[in-house]
Design a protein around this ligand. Structure first.
Ligand code: AR6
Length: 180
């Protein structure tokens, strides 16, 4: 599914964040230590190889809402932007911290002159953020930021399951309808 907002293409697809061809930067749903973990972090680190963890080490720890950038090593991308999402019910206010992840990732992408960024649904796995409110925060934040972007021209959400994709699609349809 493709949408255009102020000249920025917003895509929703179902897939694996660790196999996104022709995307300059992929976002990692990281842990504070920027180490290999489960879910997205596991997939990204396994595909990138051990060089990624080595590059990450001096950048850790990061706090909820923060983002840092590294090379992508053996991934088919140029960069990985590592975001630490909030643990639902623990890191508060969780919606603000989650929005900061998306804002800070896009800020770094702009600073680096990156043209395309792929996001997973940060915090909605091991960190327990319910899918709908997380998707609402993620999509509202990205749509608001899209108005300010100069370098980033493509933002892709890579959703793991069919339901994740469907929830994002319905919410984004609603947001776009309200804008027009
Ligand atoms: N590609 C795209 N999405 C994925 C993939 C993948 N390969 N694998 C899982 N998802 P999570 P979090 C979905 O747990 O909640 C790690 O262990 C998944 O279904 O990766 O931010 C880290 O080390 C879910 O919807 O990230 C941290 O400790 C979403 O991606 C912690 O988990 C995020 O799930 C971070 O937890």
């Amino acid at each position: 599914m493709k949408y255009t907002i102020n000249g920025i293409t917003l895509e929703l697809i179902r897939g694996d964040i660790a196999s996104q061809q022709y995307i300059t930067a992929v976002v990692n749903a990281a842990n504070a230590e920027l180490r290999i973990g489960g879910g997205v972090a596991g997939a990204i680190h396994r595909a990138a190889g051990t060089g990624l963890e080595k590059e990450c080490k001096p950048l850790a720890p990061i706090r909820p809402g923060e983002a840092v950038i590294t090379g992508a090593h053996n991934l088919p991308n140029k960069y990985v932007i590592h975001c630490l999402g909030p643990v639902y019910g623990v890191d508060k206010p969780e919606d603000e911290l989650l929005a900061n992840c998306y804002r800070n990732a896009l800020k770094i992408a702009e600073e680096q002159g990156i043209d395309s960024v792929a996001f997973p649904a940060i915090s909605t796995g091991a960190f327990g953020y319910p899918l709908e409110p997380a998707a609402e925060t993620a999509l509202h934040t990205v749509v608001a930021e899209a108005k300010k972007l100069k370098s980033v021209k493509l933002i892709r959400f890579v959703l793991f399951g069919e339901r994740d994709l469907e929830v994002h699609r319905q919410l984004l349809d609603g947001i776009i309808e309200k804008m027009s």
